[in-house]
Structures are given as structure tokens and as C-alpha cells.
Design a protein around this ligand. Structure first.
Ligand SMILES: *Cc1c(COP(=O)(O)O)cnc(C)c1O
Length: 448
């Protein structure tokens, strides 16, 4: 007979808690909060070890566009795997990275015709920040090295990206390691005063920015913004008017505009790029998350011919000497190409108009609920805030709501008191309805 301790089954979850340090998590919370082992995915659904299904309402951290285990994307990756899995991009190139760069450039009508690759979103942000400052150095304005960022903005968690991030839980512990930045008001439409429109909030925010630039423009390289939705900042949405005003201030004061579309790009906001809704182009545009359909790590920073030209010369040091080992990985580029192909052949942006109205209908109940405020939607993102005063414990609401939703067969991860969904673009009207009614039920349990 074995001692009883050996008979005790060790589950995948137990082993994970022993050996894997999970991201963005207080590990001790897993003493009460379940960790879920996923062994399969199909369409909008994830399946755990026991086969229980979860509707992926947040696209696995905003990455998955066309469902899990999508046949055309699987096939594109498999086909590429038979050819070349990876080759360094310094001194070498390959068909998927060329085709992807050309397609992305065409999507900006050539306005952002040069694509620099990395693997994760934070690195794409670092690239844009470094390139911006380096451009000014090359133009004998090396003093232009400060960045302007928005209150409540999020751009990733490496030290450079974190410096331009204004979300306390990510930033507070590392504040002393970060460079100084200028933080200006967010045009968050939730800030409307009586009688104001979201455009008025945008104009107010832009006015404060103008006052800063008036004084400091000589020392500023760029401003970085998340166009239309500050996603990690509780899905705070703003008027496209803000982007138009920022673009014109950047032109007036000779400052770069970095549009971080890592979360809002790839159709999430309703157009392929969120900036299109303002009718402007930035000097740098970053993409990641959805670009590979949620399959493989891939990020990129696109820029203009003017900026590209400034780095072009005989001296090595005039070049942009930045690299990551997996930059432009062929498998990831093949997945991205397969996604862009789906956008074209399935008229995804047109169909998403209907899918967003399915979402709106499924969550219509929340508009009427007196415990809820700031119901908002931008394309395939829908969010609302549960009033702080109805929460028993505002600090644990997000975790309670997560657990309560699991029981309903849903994966959602509220941010503070903001409940949001950001589903894959393949959601059926029935799945949308289930999402809406199950979120309602889960919320009733938490508030009961
Ligand atoms: C997620 C995100 C990032 C960081 O991307 P990672 O791949 O997590 O490093 C940067 N900016 C925005 C707007 C994001 O949503």
C-alpha cells in the first residue's frame, strides 16, 4: 500500500500553481479563485479538462478575431510550417513578411508604408517611442525627448511603455524606475458635464494639451494615444474629434503622433484602423493583439516615408539599430495574412455592423438598470459601469463577477467596476443573446 499522500491526485491546476507564475495575478488569490486549465478551443468557445464549455467573451485578452482553431488560419500556419518556420529578419526576408507589409501599407493607402516588426505590443510601443526621438536627433533636435501621454492610458508594461501608461495598478510599484512624462487629461466621454457633448469633452482635453505644447513643444518628441477607446483604462471611449484636434496640434507644434492601435486596431472599433473614423493618419501606428488572429505573438509599428528617409544613409548609426530575435516570424506573419484574407473574403467589417447591433440588443437590459451607468459601445466593444455605491466591496467586485460568470459558462474579466465584452467577430446572434442574458444573471448573483 502506498501512503495516502501519494494517492492524492495532482491536477494540472495544482501543478500549474506550483510551477507557473501567472501574469497579472496575485497568486494567493488562487486559493479561492479558480484557475482553469483549457485543453481545447473551437469558435468562440473554450473547453476545460472536463469538457466544460466557456464562451470567450473577451477574445482571450482581446487577441482572437475569428475564433479558436479556425480552419483557414490553421491551414495557413501548417502550410508555412512546411516551408520555413523562422529566419532572422536582419539581412534576410521571406514571402509572408513582404506580403503582410504590403497589405498593411495598402490599408493606409501608403500613408504608413514602412513596417517595423517585433513580437509583443509593449515592444511595438518602445519602437515607436525610440524611433520618434531618434528622428529628432537626426534632425539636430536631440532635446526633443519627452513624451506626452493621456491620463488613464495604457501602452504595455516594459519600462518604456510603462512610463507612458497611467494605470495605477501597473505603474505604482515601478514609478521610481520610469522616465518623466507629461500626462494630459483624457477625453473620456464619461466626463461630460450637464449640457455637454462628447465633442465638448474632446475640445476641453485638447485645450489643455495645446497649453502644454505651447510651452514645452521644443522638448517633446511625441504624444501617444489609444484612438477612440482606452481599453485597459476601463474601456473609456472618446469622440474622434479629439484625434483630429491632436493631429492638428502635432502639426502646429512639430510633434509626432503615435496611435497605439494594439487593442482597437484590426476592425475592433468598427473600421480596420480606429484612426480612419477621425479621417487622420498618425506618424506611427502600432498593432499587435488581433493582427495574428490571436494565434502567435506578432507586433509592429508602421511609419511614414518621411521618418523612414531620415534614417537612410551611409552611417550604420544613422539606422534604426533595434531588434528582437523573433522579429517578423514567418508563422506569425502567415497567420496575419490569413486574417487579412478573411477580412476581405468574408466582408468582416460590413458584417460586424450587424454583430455590434446584436451585442447592443443582447445588453439592452443594462441601459434600463438603475444600478448601471455609462453604457457605451464602439464597434465590437461594449461596456458599462456598475455604480460604486451598489457594490458591497468595490475592490473584489471584478473577481466576484469573474467567478459568477464562470458558473454561467462565460469568460469575462471586469476591470474595476466596468463590465465589458469584446468577443471574436464570428459570434452568432444566439451566442450574443446568451452572453447578454448570462452576464445579467451573473451580475444579479454578485449584487444579491
Ligand atoms: C495590450 C496593449 C499593449 C501591450 O501589448 P502586450 O502584447 O501585452 O505587450 C499596448 N497598448 C495597448 C493599447 C494595449 O491594449
Amino acid at each position: 500500500m502506498k501512503p495516502t499522500s501519494d494517492l492524492k491526485q495532482t491536477t494540472l491546476v495544482d501543478r500549474s500553481l506550483d510551477a507557473v507564475w501567472h501574469p497579472c495575478t496575485q497568486m494567493k488569490h488562487h486559493e479561492s479563485l479558480p484557475l482553469i486549465a483549457i485543453t481545447k478551443g473551437k469558435g468562440a468557445w473554450l473547453y476545460d479538462e472536463k469538457g466544460a464549455a466557456l464562451l470567450d467573451c473577451i477574445s482571450s485578452w482581446w487577441t482572437n478575431l475569428f475564433g479558436h482553431s479556425n480552419p483557414p488560419i490553421n491551414q495557413a500556419i501548417n502550410a508555412q510550417l512546411e516551408k520555413i518556420e523562422h529566419v532572422m529578419l536582419a539581412g534576410f526576408t521571406h514571402p509572408p513578411v513582404v506580403a503582410l507589409s504590403e497589405k498593411l501599407s495598402a490599408l493606409t493607402q501608403g500613408n504608413l508604408g514602412h513596417v517595423f516588426y517585433a513580437s509583443d505590443g509593449a515592444s511595438a510601443v518602445e519602437i515607436a517611442l525610440k524611433m520618434s526621438h531618434h528622428f529628432w536627433r537626426l534632425n539636430n533636435q536631440a532635446q526633443k525627448k519627452k513624451f506626452v501621454c493621456l491620463e488613464n492610458g495604457y501602452h504595455g508594461e516594459t519600462l518604456g511603455a510603462l512610463a507612458v501608461t497611467d494605470v495605477a495598478i501597473f505603474r505604482d510599484a515601478y514609478g521610481s524606475l520610469l522616465q518623466d512624462v507629461f500626462t494630459v487629461p483624457s477625453p473620456d466621454a464619461r466626463k461630460v458635464l450637464a449640457g455637454e457633448s462628447s465633442e465638448d469633452v474632446a475640445r476641453r482635453a485638447a485645450k489643455t494639451l495645446a497649453e502644454l505644447l505651447e510651452v514645452e513643444h521644443d522638448n517633446i518628441a511625441a504624444i501617444i494615444v489609444e484612438p477612440l477607446v482606452q481599453c485597459a483604462g476601463q474601456m473609456a471611449m472618446h469622440s474622434p474629434e479629439y484625434l483630429r484636434l491632436v493631429r492638428s496640434l502635432c502639426d502646429q507644434f512639430n510633434i509626432h503622433l503615435i496611435a497605439d492601435e494594439i487593442a482597437v486596431g484590426c476592425g475592433r472599433s468598427g473600421t480596420f484602423f480606429a484612426c480612419e473614423q477621425a479621417g487622420i493618419w498618425p506618424d506611427f501606428l502600432t498593432l499587435s493583439k488581433g493582427i495574428s488572429g490571436g494565434y502567435l505573438p506578432l507586433s509592429l509599428s508602421m511609419t511614414t516615408d518621411k521618418i523612414y528617409r531620415a534614417f537612410y544613409g551611409d552611417q550604420a548609426r544613422q539606422g534604426f539599430l533595434h531588434s528582437h530575435s523573433y522579429t517578423g516570424n514567418p508563422l506569425a506573419c502567415a497567420a496575419a495574412l490569413a486574417c487579412l484574407e478573411i477580412f476581405e473574403t468574408d466582408s468582416v467589417l460590413e458584417k460586424n455592423i450587424e454583430r455590434s447591433s446584436d451585442l447592443a440588443n443582447a445588453f439592452a437590459w443594462a441601459k434600463e438598470d438603475a444600478r448601471i451607468e455609462h453604457w457605451r459601445q464602439q464597434g465590437m466593444i461594449l461596456a458599462f459601469d456598475v455604480k460604486i455605491e451598489v457594490l458591497k466591496n468595490p475592490t473584489t467586485f471584478s473577481r466576484e463577477m469573474f467567478s459568477s460568470s464562470l458558473k454561467e459558462g462565460l469568460l469575462i474579466r471586469p476591470i474595476g467596476n466596468t463590465v465589458y465584452v469584446m468577443p471574436p467577430y464570428i459570434l452568432s446572434p444566439e451566442e450574443a443573446m446568451k452572453m447578454g442574458s448570462s452576464v445579467k444573471h451573473a451580475l444579479e448573483q454578485v449584487l444579491a
